[in-house]
Design a protein around this ligand. Structure first.
Ligand code: FAD
Length: 308
């Protein structure tokens, strides 16, 4: 099913991101972990793409396997850094032949060990989105950054660039992780003010190990509230306690989002089915809940309709 159809239904959706095995990794173990997430039958799943196409075949296989074996709609991520027009056409043909109808169009970062300029055929994700649109038959999504993309001059320019990406064909946007929901609400206001009216799906990362938080901050420069820092300081050395605290913190973020009118939440599950189970169970009566504007009484009520 195309994602815009899923998003247009009036239910709360809870979806999960998994990553495919790298060429050198243990393929069967990573595949089994991704499939264990699919067994939880989430609203839909996304499968990441290794920088420079390093996981291309595996992204395709895992996305196809999830759809065929579990009936869960998947989004295949696709990056264009280091890609050529021809290689993108080939990747799209393979996705189409595998029955994948949803693609997250990404620029990606400079692939490690890439010789030369990786941005010759493509400079930005908007160019990839335009090519996918011309290819046809795909629901296209894009990435967005509530705290600004690390390379952007300022958040205003970043949002103007985001608008170009939507105009090029993105039917929805998924955010980079954030740990303070006010950052998302503030971003959403600015996105709507800029005239971007597609669904903006918050991406929530349950932190189950201190190293994940360090990597998240290093990669995206995201803000970590004192409240969450204290949790990691306190429980970080106890893996079970940290996992439990991470699931609860993420659940708390999601409940606040739903209470403020957000209908769709994407969770960076890191192939951890225990995390998926914990969050699903915490939210079981809220998943499938139909949001009507009159049910939302918070200060963000006025944005609740614009959110979806
Ligand atoms: P773009 O939208 O092209 O933006 C990149 C930068 O260029 C931004 O600073 C933007 O403001 C600027 N820009 C855009 N258009 C213009 C323009 N016309 N003129 C000037 N500047 C412009 N990476 C992977 O390798 N694999 C994945 O599977 C993956 N999945 C992701 C999923 C999500 C939800 C997110 C948020 C990120 C993901 N990433 C992934 C990381 C992503 O590839 C990097 O953050 C990358 O640096 C930017 O990709 P983008 O698609 O957002 O780029």
């Amino acid at each position: 099913m195309k994602l815009d159809e899923i998003l247009s239904q009036n239910n709360v959706t809870l979806s999960f991101e998994v990553f495919p095995p790298k060429a050198t990794a243990n393929y069967e173990a990573v595949k089994a972990a991704a499939y264990a997430v699919a067994e939880r039958r989430p609203s839909y799943m996304s499968v990441t793409y290794g920088a420079g196409g390093t996981t291309r075949g595996n992204t395709l296989e895992i996305a196809k396997g999830i759809q065929e074996n579990y009936g869960v709609t998947t989004i295949a991520h696709l990056t264009c850094a280091g890609a050529t027009k021809e290689s993108i056409q080939q990747a799209l043909t393979e996705l189409k032949d595998a029955g994948i109808e949803n693609v997250l169009a990404l620029r990606g970062d400079r692939p490690k060990d890439f010789e030369g300029d990786p941005f010759t055929d493509y400079h930005y994700a908007s160019e990839l989105a335009a090519d996918i649109k011309a290819f046809g038959g795909m629901c296209i999504g894009g990435a967005c950054y509530p705290e600004g993309h690390v390379e952007s001059e300022n958040t205003h320019q970043d949002i103007l660039n985001l608008k170009r990406k939507v105009e090029a064909g993105c039917a929805y946007l998924t955010t980079q992780m954030f740990f303070d929901n006010n950052i998302f609400y503030n971003f959403l206001c600015r996105v709507r003010e800029a005239g971007i009216d597609v669904p903006v799906i918050p991406g929530i990362m349950p932190i189950t190990k201190p190293v994940q938080l360090r990597n998240a901050v290093k990669l995206s420069g995201c803000n970590v509230p004192m409240r969450f820092r204290s949790i990691v300081d306190c429980f970080g050395r106890n893996p079970e306690a940290m996992q439990q605290a991470g699931i609860i913190y993420a659940t708390d973020q999601i409940i606040d989002l739903i209470a403020n009118g957000v209908k769709h939440v994407h969770v960076y599950s890191m192939n951890n089915a225990e995390v998926v189970k914990g969050i699903q169970e915490n939210l079981c009566t809220m998943i499938g809940y139909q949001i009507h504007p009159q049910n939302v009484k918070s200060i963000f009520t006025k944005f609740s309709q614009a959110l979806s």
